[in-house]
Ligand binder design. Structure first.
Ligand SMILES: Cc1cc2nc3c(=O)[nH]c(=O)nc-3n(C[C@H](O)[C@H](O)[C@H](O)COP(=O)(O)OP(=O)(O)OC[C@H]3O[C@@H](n4cnc5c(N)ncnc54)[C@H](O)[C@@H]3O)c2cc1C
Length: 125
């Protein structure tokens, strides 16, 4: 409760909850698509693995960050409360298995490769 209302009835909190639902559903869809491409041995699997890893690692951080914000001081200061614990746990997602910057570098390299090859005739690996 805040200002006499349930948090979920406050407009700006509703926006944060909606954005988290969008991040969660988009992450689920991307993971399922990537798993399908991997299962079928598709050539698109490498690119989608990097796209999924980057998007989901950043989305889960946004979701947990909003949860902390919604819970206020309790969200960040109570060491055993779920938001504070999750906050510590999800931050490394953007670093391990390749930092987001490294994946973005690889995603761009794959995205421009066909155009670079058609312009120069040289494959850059
Ligand atoms: C909790 C945790 C668990 C881990 N578990 C494992 C494990 O089980 N097995 C394992 O092998 N490793 C593990 N690691 C290591 C992890 O994979 C590396 O930390 C990660 O690959 C980043 O390497 P680095 O720490 O050497 O950072 P660096 O390579 O030194 O990069 C530092 C920063 O520089 C930036 N950067 C790096 N490259 C680029 C680039 N090309 N373009 C732009 N910016 C760039 C990024 O912001 C990056 O975060 C784990 C790490 C953590 C935090």
């Amino acid at each position: 409760m805040a200002f006499g209302s349930a948090l979920g009835d406050l407009g700006m909190v509703q926006q944060m909850l909606a954005d988290s639902e969008i991040d969660i559903e988009a992450s689920r869809a991307l993971i399922l698509r990537t798993a399908w491409e991997l299962d079928t041995g598709s050539a698109a699997a490498s690119q989608l693995t990097s796209v999924s890893k980057t998007f989901v690692a950043e989305a889960v951080n946004r979701v947990v960050d909003r949860a902390v914000q919604i819970c206020g001081a309790l969200g960040i200061s109570a060491a055993d409360a779920p938001p504070a614990r999750l906050f510590r746990e999800v931050r490394p997602f953007r670093i391990y298995d390749g930092p987001s910057e490294t994946h973005r570098f690889a995603i761009t390299r794959r995205a421009v490769r066909p155009y670079r090859q058609s312009r120069t005739g040289v494959a850059d690996g």
